[in-house]
Design a protein around this ligand. Structure first.
Ligand SMILES: C[S@@+](CC[C@H](N)C(=O)[O-])C[C@H]1O[C@@H](n2cnc3c(N)ncnc32)[C@H](O)[C@@H]1O
Length: 270
């Protein structure tokens, strides 16, 4: 086991890179070093030399995956680049989802300030918006870079000569005040504390994210930064039973177990 933990890691004891003897170890070593986390091999894991980590990162089937103890034998969570079930596969997909309604008919450019697994960003991208992504968690940044790289190789992306969304690394509260151009809309989907029982919570990927990163305690500050930086509107995704992040939204659009609250700036109405 290679230990990179000379300085304390953000993920101390929670996360390690797992090398399963399948390909060149170099990129695994580089990732462990970049994230300042240990690297262990599947042999060491079998010998129970690496029991303290709750999560592992490894490339499986050509995708960088986040793996918890239950997924160790098979699988792992990755940035899914395929359209969601029911979503049109041609580009641009119709703007008929609750999210598109919340973004508004006149919106062209969107910043997703809380990219996470990139599922909302990529849905927005597939609908033809110009999307920039922001993420601050180094582990999610590594997973997103891998997903965006795979997306750039997709035939439909190349045939349509599209540039995949650009990823800005860092805290959106700071980055939003330094943008080179003003986006029409800023989208935020921070981590809310779970109100429902775990069984009713949406997806495993979100439960894992909460276990790894915790709740986003600074969402009000993020909203303030987003409202300042947006050209026309801020859209906040929240669980349908959560209080709006700020006062009274201008509009709300309901999805399945969730809500998009829209905060318009000035007299922008569409
Ligand atoms: C609930 S997840 C977002 C899920 C995402 N909408 C998706 O479709 O996969 C929240 C993510 O936002 C990130 N985040 C929260 N606050 C942030 C901030 N101020 N700057 C950058 N990233 C932030 C967290 O690290 C986490 O990855």
């Amino acid at each position: 086991m290679l230990n990179n933990t000379a300085t304390p890691s953000l993920y101390s004891g929670k996360l390690a890179v797992l090398y399963e003897h399948q390909d060149d170890i170099g990129k695994y070593q580089a990732l462990a070093q970049q994230l300042n986390i240990p690297l262990c091999t599947s042999t060491e894991l079998k010998q129970k030399k690496m029991l303290s980590a709750m999560f592992f990162l490894a490339w499986r089937d050509g995708c960088l995956r986040l793996i918890d103890e239950k997924l160790l034998k098979k699988g792992g969570l990755t940035v899914e680049i395929e359209p969601r079930p029911g979503e049109q596969r041609s580009w641009p997909a119709p703007k008929d989802s609750a999210l598109a309604k919340a973004l508004g008919r006149k919106t062209k450019s969107v910043i997703d300030a809380t990219t996470g697994w990139g599922q909302d960003s990529l849905h927005i991208f597939r609908m033809g918006y110009d999307v920039h992504c922001i993420e601050r968690s180094p582990v999610m940044i590594a997973l997103l870079k891998d997903g965006l790289q795979r997306l750039s190789q997709e035939t439909w992306v190349q045939n349509c000569a599209l540039s995949v969304p650009c990823l800005l690394e860092g805290d959106a509260i700071e980055l939003l005040s330094t943008l080179p151009s003003v986006p029409d809309a800023i989208y935020i989907d921070p981590m809310f504390p779970p109100k429902r029982k775990k069984s009713a919570l949406a997806k495993k990927s979100m439960m894992v994210l909460r276990d790894l990163l915790g709740d986003d305690e600074d969402k009000e500050q993020l909203f303030t930064a987003a409202y300042k930086a947006a050209g026309k509107r801020v859209v906040v995704k929240s669980p349908d039973d959560a209080q709006p992040l700020m006062d009274k939204p201008t509009h709300s659009f309901k999805g399945k177990l969730l809500r998009y609250d829209v905060y318009l700036k000035g007299d922008n109405h569409d």
